[in-house]
Design a protein around this ligand. Structure first.
Ligand SMILES: Cc1cc2nc3c(=O)[nH]c(=O)nc-3n(C[C@H](O)[C@H](O)[C@H](O)COP(=O)(O)O)c2cc1C
Length: 204
């Protein structure tokens, strides 16, 4: 018995020396936890900011999103500096007070004529809708990865596309889609009501 106690003591000492302790280790949230806590956030904490390095990590993860024939048509214009941030803020209409304290405003576009096209010809009836489809998929990765990293987001469809195009010199072959606010939540959001499953799905 005495020998076991000495052995356990030695192991504990070794673990302490190696930097291990009995402190709980922070684990990444599960996908279900991300789904449960990811919400559209309309009030951000002005005192907590996200760095360019963190946004690069987030966008690198976002690149794992699938796209038509791996065309990767989505592009991102990140307003992180104060001047550009304020300029984008003026182009999101009634969303302005909701996202004024976010860390970054990310303008999302997709290059037209890529997804859904084969040598310049639409592959089927959906045409450039496939580019918008891919952009939405990419943005879904963005907002979920952001949540995994402890960040919060608001996708904004209410935005002035022409003003954003001028501000970032976005070429005409790109369609301006959403602006995504990225930051830290300042308040807990309500859970929206979801439609009954049988209203949106039919099994055969
Ligand atoms: C394409 C799109 C555009 C949206 N535009 C806005 C917007 O301009 N302003 C806003 O406050 N919320 C906007 N939202 C957020 C939705 O209102 C929100 O996703 C929905 O109410 C469900 O809530 P949840 O995201 O918290 O689950 C938008 C969401 C999407 C997907």
């Amino acid at each position: 018995m005495k020998r076991i106690t000495v052995l356990l003591g030695a192991c504990a000492a070794l673990l302490t020396l190696a930097g291990c302790s009995a402190q709980p280790v922070a684990t990444a949230p599960s996908l279900d936890e991300i789904f449960a806590t990811r919400r559209s956030i309309r009030a951000y904490d002005a005192d907590k900011k996200i760095s360019e390095a963190e946004i690069r990590e987030l966008l690198t993860a976002t690149q794992n999103a699938p796209s038509w024939a791996n065309q990767q048509p989505s592009k991102y214009y990140v307003a992180l500096g104060q001047e550009k941030f304020d300029a984008v803020l003026d182009l999101v209409g009634g969303n302005k007070p909701r996202v004024a304290n976010a860390s970054a405003l990310v303008v999302c576009t997709f290059e037209k004529g890529k997804s859904g096209f084969f040598r310049g010809t639409p592959a089927n009836d959906a045409g450039d809708f496939w580019g918008a489809y891919d952009n939405g998929l990419s943005n879904a990765y963005f907002i979920l990865k952001a949540r995994e990293m402890g960040f919060d987001t608001l996708i904004m469809g209410m935005r002035e596309a022409d003003g954003l195009r001028t501000l970032f010199a976005i070429p005409e072959n790109e369609a301006v889609m959403a602006v995504i606010a990225l930051g830290y939540r300042a308040e807990e959001p309500n859970m929206p009501v979801h439609r009954p499953l049988d209203e949106i799905v039919k099994f055969y």
